[in-house]
Design a protein around this ligand. Structure first.
Ligand SMILES: [Zn+2]
Length: 465
């Protein structure tokens, strides 16, 4: 409602009013509001505007955000939260070595209790760093009970989003050639699909944490299982997720087996579309970019892990210009190390500048848009923007700290200066899940203690393999 309409009217009741902050709306009509307000009612935003207009609302609770930035929550489009207990391990391995000598042995060794400890830790870190929505590509201990347990943990910590259940199926020629451990390829395609089917039914479309199919990787997962996963996703109206051509060799490896590059193959088989969420897409040629764009497929850009592994530079602008939806992904803690999309925003800009030696190749505003509106488009949710009617997924960043002085440009400050640890408040669906930099939903000291208690033994077991 506009203030003119409301000058004489009774104030509208709402649950929560955030006042006095610098509001980054990500709304083209009024992108930055100095000393603005955001009103929240139920799980939606009831109003956004300039200071005095806040009088048109009467809230159960009003929080002063003076000296702070209020912005949409950050949206993660690719993660593996069960990897948190393994971070800092697996140094200096090439892509296939990293998978065969470290990641798959870790995934085969992890118990259900260790998975819980790891996911609690990763999810806690994510919400403390301003993430409101996550796509968790869950594998490792991925039986029905554990997968549903992981969904419960994400919900308990306060996130929204989806789990893509990682499916390996039986060993393919590529997984054999690359020495991926046999222990990770124990189930038939039918068994994989049956477990995923049960998981989807327990967390159907519309759940705060949905479950959907996540065949592991276009390069080494059986393509019939990939096609069946897409069919399964479509029969339930949910998305599907996989790794696509992260390292440079993947397209050639796929082509030797199937006669075309992976995204081209997916396109020819009718598997692309807005329901396809593809992680990395680092090495896609012009034909693949066109296919991803024409079909409005979604891509998760993972700058930090693309640096770390190192995979290379995703053709961000070509994909966006072609029509693909692009959001940011933290990737798992074993190759992203921290749950911090602020860091990924910064690295996104720096990656594209360094790659082109052009300071205009990317800018702070673009990174912030990809991390919010872009991610919302990938997930298909009405979030990523502070506007009336949008989901009330909101983050408050404390900009009174020394590294924010001076804040000439709040958008640049959020991308170049801010760290996840600067987040003071995280609101998902209108509920405050982090306040004063601490979780309101879980005992965070207990989460960290439990993770520490379990991590050492798990690391030892992997080394023994
Ligand atoms: Zn990944």
């Amino acid at each position: 409602m506009s203030p003119q309409d409301n000058q004489q009217a009774e104030p509208a009741r709402c649950d929560l009013l955030l006042t006095g902050g610098t509001v980054l709306t990500l709304d083209e009509d009024q992108p930055v509001i100095e000393s603005g307000f955001v009103a929240v009612d139920g799980d939606r935003i009831a109003g956004v505007g300039h200071g005095q207009e806040a009088r048109s609302f009467e809230a159960d609770r009003t929080i002063s955000c003076q000296g702070k930035v209020v912005m949409p929550g950050l949206i993660d489009c690719h993660n593996h939260l069960y990897q948190s207990l393994g971070r800092t391990l697996g140094e200096c391995l090439t892509g296939w070595e990293w998978l065969s000598q470290f990641m798959w042995p870790y995934s085969a060794a992890i118990s259900q209790q260790e998975t819980a400890a790891s996911v609690y830790l990763g999810a806690l870190e994510a919400v403390l760093a301003g993430t409101t929505t996550v796509l968790d590509h869950h594998y490792g201990r991925d039986d029905y009970d554990t997968t549903v347990m992981v969904a419960g943990i994400l919900e308990e910590v306060g996130l929204r989003g989806r789990i893509a259940r990682g499916m390996t199926g039986t060993r393919t020629a590529v997984s054999q050639q690359q020495k991926l451990p046999e222990t990770s390829f124990q189930r038939s395609a039918d068994e994989e699909l049956a477990i995923t089917e049960a998981c989807i039914r327990s967390r159907p479309k519309g759940s705060r944490i949905e479950i959907c199919p996540g065949p592991m990787n276009a390069a080494y997962t059986n393509v019939d299982l990939i096609a069946a996963s897409v069919e399964q996703a479509r029969s339930h109206g949910v998305a599907w997720h996989t790794h696509l051509s992260a390292p440079r060799d993947d397209p050639e490896v796929f082509k030797q087996q199937h006669g075309s590059r992976p995204a081209t193959w997916l396109h020819r088989n009718g598997l692309l579309g807005p329901d396809a969420i593809l992680a990395h897409a680092t090495w896609v040629d012009d034909e693949e970019i066109e296919a991803l764009g024409d079909t409005r497929s979604a891509v998760a850009h993972c700058p930090l892990s693309n640096f770390y592994m190192p995979y290379g530079v995703m053709p961000l602008h070509d994909l966006v210009d072609a029509g693909a939806a692009v959001g940011l992904g933290s990737d798992g803690s074993c190759c992203g190390h921290r749950q911090d999309l602020f860091e990924n925003m910064r690295l996104m800009v720096l990656m594209h500048r360094l790659n082109t030696l052009d300071p205009r190749a990317s800018r702070a505003e673009e990174a912030l848009r990809v991390a919010t509106r872009g991610g919302a488009a990938v997930h298909g949710i009405e979030a990523g923007v502070l506007a009336e009617g949008a989901l009330a997924d909101i983050v408050v960043v404390d900009t009174t700290r020394p590294h924010f002085a001076p804040m000439h440009d709040p958008v640049a400050a959020m991308v170049y200066t801010a760290r996840g640890t600067d987040v003071e408040m995280n609101i998902v669906g209108g509920e405050i899940i982090v306040e004063g930099g601490r979780s309101t939903r879980v005992d965070q000291d207990a989460v960290v203690s439990e993770a520490l208690a379990r991590a050492g033994e798990l690391a030892e077991r992997i080394n023994a393999r």
